[in-house]
Ligand binder design. Structure first.
Ligand code: FES
Ligand SMILES: [Fe+2]
Length: 360
């Protein structure tokens, strides 16, 4: 294979990691309705059957190419608007009104799931793997609220590393705390970075918050498929949870959505408390999102000169580059030969941070 074909996944606008991607909020797709969704360059029709289940299919009808989101949901099937061919839940054509028997054609279907108020689509040829979750809340029933939807002028990978860019917490967000991350791999698609420091006594802010933390200050980020990040932060007695779920759009830019989460509390007071907590969570998320906005409009990401504080970023880049990827728009698998070459080519540089000698 020519070396010009070898491309790492990180910050790459032509390919992305096979995984779960958000498509649209659950609330926006009522029973019996169909919506057009463009996901990672590919056009889909996503509908909710009368049994409540969500189906995602390739958009274009194999008869003449009409967009199936113009069509009509019937039971758990979809009927094309143009000449009324009907496709069942598995994508098989089951009725052609002008013919006695349907033709052996089908539309490609994609696995879907609903979680945290969002419809997710599994983009990949293999069996779906785990949906993104917050490690602390894996087995916990939760309340959630969709937060802000946003577009950013940079790649999702670049936006996500902001949460583990240790140094910028001081320079941009004025946090007088040295954050040092410990890394834990959950599985091939999920990696967690957790703060290990408690902070010094030289700052009034740290002295103020220290009683709230028995050990280190809780701040951790779990990345899924290089595109969804789940944040856990707050004092020991109250953790806030925010999901930043991103997807790449045309030109390697980002379309994202925040999801605010809190463990379910029962009763009328529980509901009220959760409403307040979710509102507070949104404030916390917005505070951190705001400070960086300008940078992501103009950045041309190129980590040429990593310092010790950038170690976590290098680890994330390595984690992203190791995962299987698909081509933008066609969703074809980027072949294994390429991936192996990427590992041997890029691993040594990325795994180890080396102090640079600065020359005058
Ligand atoms: S284009 Fe869909 S039935 Fe003809
Ligand atoms: Fe930031």
């Amino acid at each position: 294979m020519a070396s010009t074909n070898i491309q790492p996944n990180f910050n790459n606008s032509t390919q992305f990691i096979a995984g779960w991607y958000w498509a649209l909020p659950s609330k926006k797709l009522k029973v019996g309705k169909v919506k057009p969704v463009t996901l990672l360059g590919r056009n889909l029709a996503i509908y909710r059957g009368f049994n409540g289940e969500v189906k995602a299919v390739d958009a274009y009808c194999p008869h003449m190419g009409a967009h199936l989101a113009e069509g009509k949901v019937e039971g758990d099937s979809i009927r094309c608007f143009f000449h009324n061919w009907k496709y069942d839940a598995t994508g098989k054509c089951v009725d052609i009104p002008s013919l006695e028997k349907p033709l052996p054609v089908c539309i490609k279907t994609w696995e879907t799931a609903e979680k945290y108020g969002m419809i997710w689509v599994w983009v990949g040829e293999n069996k779906p793997e785990q949906l993104p979750f917050i490690p602390e809340l894996e087995q916990v029933e939760c309340d959630y609220m969709l937060g802000t939807k946003f577009i950013k002028n940079c790649h999702p990978n670049v936006l996500l590393i902001n949460a583990i860019d240790a140094h910028h917490f001081n320079t941009v967000h004025n946090l007088p705390l040295e954050i040092v991350f410990d890394t834990q791999t959950l599985n091939n698609h999920a990696i967690t970075f957790s703060n290990t420091t408690r902070g010094g006594n030289d700052s009034w802010f740290i002295r103020l918050i220290q009683p709230l933390y028995k050990k280190e200050v809780t701040y951790s980020m779990c990345y899924w498929y290089g595109s969804t990040g789940t944040v856990t932060l707050g004092p020991d007695f109250l953790h806030f949870y925010i999901i930043f779920t991103l997807r790449m759009i045309e030109g390697g830019k980002t379309e994202g959505q925040t999801i605010l989460i809190t463990p379910k509390r029962h009763g009328i007071f529980g509901k009220l408390i959760n409403l307040i907590l979710l509102w507070l969570t949104q404030r916390v998320g917005n505070y951190f999102a705001k400070g960086d906005t300008q940078v992501f409009e103009t950045i041309k990401f190129n980590l040429q000169t990593p310092t010790k504080a950038d170690q976590s970023i290098l680890q994330f880049i390595h984690h992203v580059n190791q995962q299987k990827s698909l081509k933008w728009e066609t969703w074809q698998t980027v072949d294994d030969i390429n991936s192996k070459n990427i590992q041997t080519q890029f691993q040594p540089n990325l795994l180890e941070y080396k102090e640079h000698e600065f020359k005058v």
